[in-house]
Design a binder for this molecule. Structure first.
Ligand SMILES: [Cu+2]
Length: 172
């Protein structure tokens, strides 16, 4: 394992303007540094996003997504909003939701297969951010953390079911 410690990176905020560089982030950085000294390198390593090379010390924004099936809709993704997921306004669940992200934000996608009707496998991908889950069986889950480091509208999809797709829009 690479012992070389890299100091904290501002990559996650590279696209942000100054006013977004809030006290909250700095406090988060200090807190993460404290946790790091307790947990050691493994604790840090887990904060490296899939499309990054250095650890990022910030709390990710969480998006919870179910992969499921119903007779009427077929296969689909369902957002599990706890209020933090834009694109499913009002905290309700939505089918193949549209996600709106801010450039530079650290995002954790939590996918769970809850396809109790067909027990098919499912996966979740966003090519541009190197997000690729495994093929998850019924009730398996996986979390992937990435940085929304490109502006534009990108597709997320399941390779097994072409109808399971939606978009992620990253705004600068
Ligand atoms: Cu699928």
């Amino acid at each position: 394992m690479n012992k070389k410690r890299k100091s904290y990176s501002r990559n996650a905020n590279a696209g942000r303007t100054g006013f977004k560089f809030s006290k909250g982030l700095i406090i988060t950085v200090l807190a993460a540094a404290g946790i790091d000294s307790l947990l050691g390198y493994a604790g840090i390593h887990s904060l490296i996003p899939v499309n990054g090379t250095v650890p990022v010390f910030a709390a990710p924004r969480n998006s919870f997504i179910k992969a499921t099936h119903s007779q009427q809709t077929g296969y689909y993704f369902l957002s599990q909003s706890a209020g933090g997921v834009k694109g499913s306004r009002g905290g309700s669940a939505s089918v193949n939701p549209v996600y709106y992200l801010k450039k530079g934000s650290l995002e954790s996608v939590h996918l769970i297969n809850e396809d109790y009707e067909t027990h098919s496998k499912h996966n979740f991908n966003i090519d541009q951010f190197k997000v690729h889950t495994k093929d998850l069986g019924y009730f398996e889950s996986q979390t992937i953390t990435f940085i929304a480091d490109k502006v534009g509208t990108f597709e997320y999809y399941c390779t097994i079911h072409p109808e399971m797709r939606g978009t992620v829009t990253v705004e600068g």
